[in-house]
Design a protein around this ligand. Structure first.
Ligand SMILES: *Cc1c(COP(=O)(O)O)cnc(C)c1O
Ligand code: SF4
Length: 358
């Protein structure tokens, strides 16, 4: 008898017939599913969180194809090649994306439990226009030969879809490389398929070790958080794995003050530490999800900083080919002269502190 998470994957909701068991499909949704050449699908668990009748349901919008994906006014062609520096002189395996000196992103799998419509790796994961050779041994050999790499970020697709054996092997091999100090895994599974967090997985990647594993998941809306999520996160932490969140700022899904605040409060309530909020990247075919650039900083100013627990503050970043660029709300310092700084808080009150010369 396969484990529940395997059965969920075998029964991925990826046809109109299956989808109709969960929701009343609209004409627009039906048209997009029938005409767009795109990979789509969602775990039965995550599908069960969709609203039957509301096409604006934040979960429906993230997983069901839309005709708007054909519009591409602002997306960049060959986005991933630009973003992941794949056209540079340094010779690297396809599985290794590099933007920094001391850490790399290591792509090990191309499948996912849900195919997010806003995915910035869409060309690779969803549309499959970009073909890369994902050879884990080749990637491991490259890492072993680069002593400056101390942090490996395992990504995909969704790396936690690898079997316990494959994950155990991969993590074990990385831990044997003397210069590797930490391992990070980017996975949506704690949110979209929490059944994956099994005793077998905990054994394969967790436990006390000098080379810790950190997981960053992606949760974009409070509706994605359930009792199952809470349990999965607790299980990961109980074997020494910290869980952070990397949300994507999505127009009409989480770009209003109430939703944004509730998302970050609810994450902390289930022990997930908000890490990043990403600007929705200029990948092709996702214009309809994108907000103005400043929006994320405004939301941190209006929904989080000062309004709620300091731990609930992610850093808002623009992911680019030269790395992640943070964008802070810049209204806190209202004036500065030789004598003092004038500061404003979240309620609009101001105060001053002395300006100390160097
Ligand atoms: C995001 C990313 C990292 C990790 O960045 P942190 O700011 O350390 O979380 C590393 N390499 C690549 C290519 C990335 O895109
Ligand atoms: S789970 Fe991650 S890689 Fe997969 S479609 Fe969603 S955002 Fe893209």
């Amino acid at each position: 008898m396969p484990e529940e998470w395997v059965r969920q994957m075998q029964n991925q909701v990826n046809s109109l017939e299956k989808l109709e068991k969960y929701i009343n499909v609209t004409e627009d949704e039906r048209h997009a599913i029938e005409t767009l050449q795109t990979k789509w699908g969602v775990s039965p668990y995550f599908a069960s969180l969709m609203d039957n009748d509301n096409p604006n349901c934040p979960i429906r919008k993230q997983v069901i194809p839309s005709m708007q994906e054909q519009v591409n006014e602002f997306g960049m062609d060959n986005y991933l090649v630009w973003k992941e520096n794949r056209a540079t002189d340094e010779v690297r395996p396809d599985s290794i994306a590099r933007q920094y000196h001391d850490r790399i992103a290591f792509t090990v799998i191309e499948t996912c439990a849900i195919y997010c419509r806003h995915c910035f790796r869409k060309e690779l994961v969803v549309d499959q226009d970009l073909q890369l050779r994902m050879d884990v041994d080749e990637g491991l050999a490259w890492i072993a030969e680069h002593p400056e790499i101390r942090d490996v970020l395992i990504t995909g697709g969704d790396p936690l879809l690898l079997s316990d054996d494959k994950l155990g092997h991969l993590i074990g091999r990385l831990r044997e490389i003397p210069h590797i100090e930490m391992i990070r895994i980017g996975s949506r599974l704690p949110i979209v398929l929490p059944h994956r967090i099994t005793e077998g997985l905990k054994k394969a990647i967790g436990g006390f070790h000098k080379v810790p594993v950190w997981i960053n998941t992606q949760c974009n809306h409070p509706k994605e958080i359930t009792d199952e999520t809470e349990k999965a996160v607790y299980e990961l932490m109980s074997c020494g794995i910290n869980v952070g969140n990397q949300a994507v700022l999505l127009k009409g899904i989480n770009d209003d003050v109430e939703t944004f605040r509730e998302l970050h409060q609810k994450l902390l309530r289930i022990r997930i530490r908000p890490y990043y909020v990403f600007y929705c990247e200029p990948a092709p075919g996702i214009d309809h999800f994108r907000t103005p650039v400043e929006k994320g900083a405004e939301l941190i100013r209006d929904a989080l900083r000062g309004h709620t627990t300091g731990l609930a503050q992610p850093m808002y970043v623009l992911a680019t080919n030269i790395g992640k660029i943070p964008l802070m709300p810049d209204y806190y310092i209202v004036d500065k002269n030789e004598k003092e700084y004038a500061l404003r808080n979240h309620q609009g009150k101001t105060t001053t502190i002395p300006n100390i010369p160097e």
